[in-house]
Design a protein around this ligand. Structure first.
Ligand SMILES: [Zn+2]
Length: 296
């Protein structure tokens, strides 16, 4: 494992290059990107070996993101970039792919459900190909599988290195917080099923979509699953005391937290309420109050 430190930006003030080897030939890089607070960077992953490379996620489409990625590419001795894998359509993961395709000739892989959405948010999307086009062996000789892991988005893909027990989890896992599921593209019950499938892989190391790699991967996934179950129990307990609006629920659940947490929490609670309404356990009144369905 090694660390690099150098100037990364060919224009503007130099910034330190944050590139860290987390497994043999696999490097985590924090790429500055416009993303959800409290993060200010997207975690991108270089898989390097024999003069070839793949990149998992490409930051946003800003000059700063592009400069950071090209600096890392140089620091890694300019391997031939064969593939960019886009875990999901959000701009902080997909935005930089087109630049790398143009500049380095990389083929860009995404799930068709999310490739379609990238075309809606980026003025200049890359040319995509499907997950089935990815070889089963990554640069460096690692066995690799793409796992369709929906819930945060419909077409989220995760990258699984079985020999290393390393999961690159996109935004299904974040380094310092839980993941926000925003309906309708995000779907809580689908996400919970995805978590169960990822737990069954029993990863040792997880590379999240934002933040630092997590050495206790399996435990983190278990905690995420438990946290969602606990949150839902909390929502049901509050509603057992009477109808509440979404804001009232958020204020009760996130009492004492800052406005960012309450805002993100409202989104997360709406995903729980959506799931409970689909199951007929909660109803939304005309007054915008949520209430338990009798018998619950
Ligand atoms: Zn993200």
């Amino acid at each position: 494992m090694s660390d690099w430190s150098s100037s990364s930006s060919p224009s503007g003030p130099p910034s330190p290059l944050d590139l860290r080897e987390i497994a043999p030939g696999i490097f985590w890089q924090e790429v500055p990107s416009a993303t959800i607070p409290p993060y200010s960077a997207t975690a991108c992953y270089w898989v390097v070996g024999g003069g070839h490379a793949w990149l998992v996620d490409a930051g946003d489409d800003s000059p700063a993101a592009k400069a950071a990625l090209l600096a890392a590419h140089e620091a890694l001795h300019a391997p031939r970039l064969e593939r960019v894998i886009v875990t999901h359509w959000h701009r902080d993961h997909s935005g930089g792919a087109r630049g790398l395709q143009d500049r380095l000739g990389a083929r860009v892989v995404a799930h068709p459900d999310d490739a379609h959405r990238v075309r809606l948010v980026l003025p200049d999307p890359p040319v995509f190909e499907g997950p089935e086009t990815l070889p089963g062996q990554a640069p460096g000789g690692h066995t690799v599988t793409l796992v369709h892991a929906p819930g945060h988005t419909a077409g989220q893909i995760n990258v699984w290195f079985s020999g290393l027990r390393l999961l690159l989890a996109g935004d299904n896992v974040l380094g310092r917080t839980t993941t926000v599921i925003v309906p309708p593209d995000g779907h809580l019950r689908t996400y919970q099923k995805t978590l169960a499938r990822l737990i069954a892989l029993s990863p040792r190391l997880i590379g999240p979509g934002h933040g630092e790699p997590l050495a206790d991967g399996g435990d983190v996934l278990q905690w995420y699953a438990q946290h969602r179950a606990d949150r839902e129990a909390q929502v049901l307990a509050i509603l057992a005391g009477g109808p509440h609006t979404l804001l009232e629920l958020a204020e009760a659940v996130y009492a004492g937290e800052g406005p960012d947490t309450v805002a993100a929490g409202k989104l997360m609670l709406s995903a729980h309420l959506e799931a409970l309404m689909e199951e007929g356990r909660v109803a939304l009144r005309r007054t915008r109050d949520y209430e338990l369905v009798v018998g619950e």
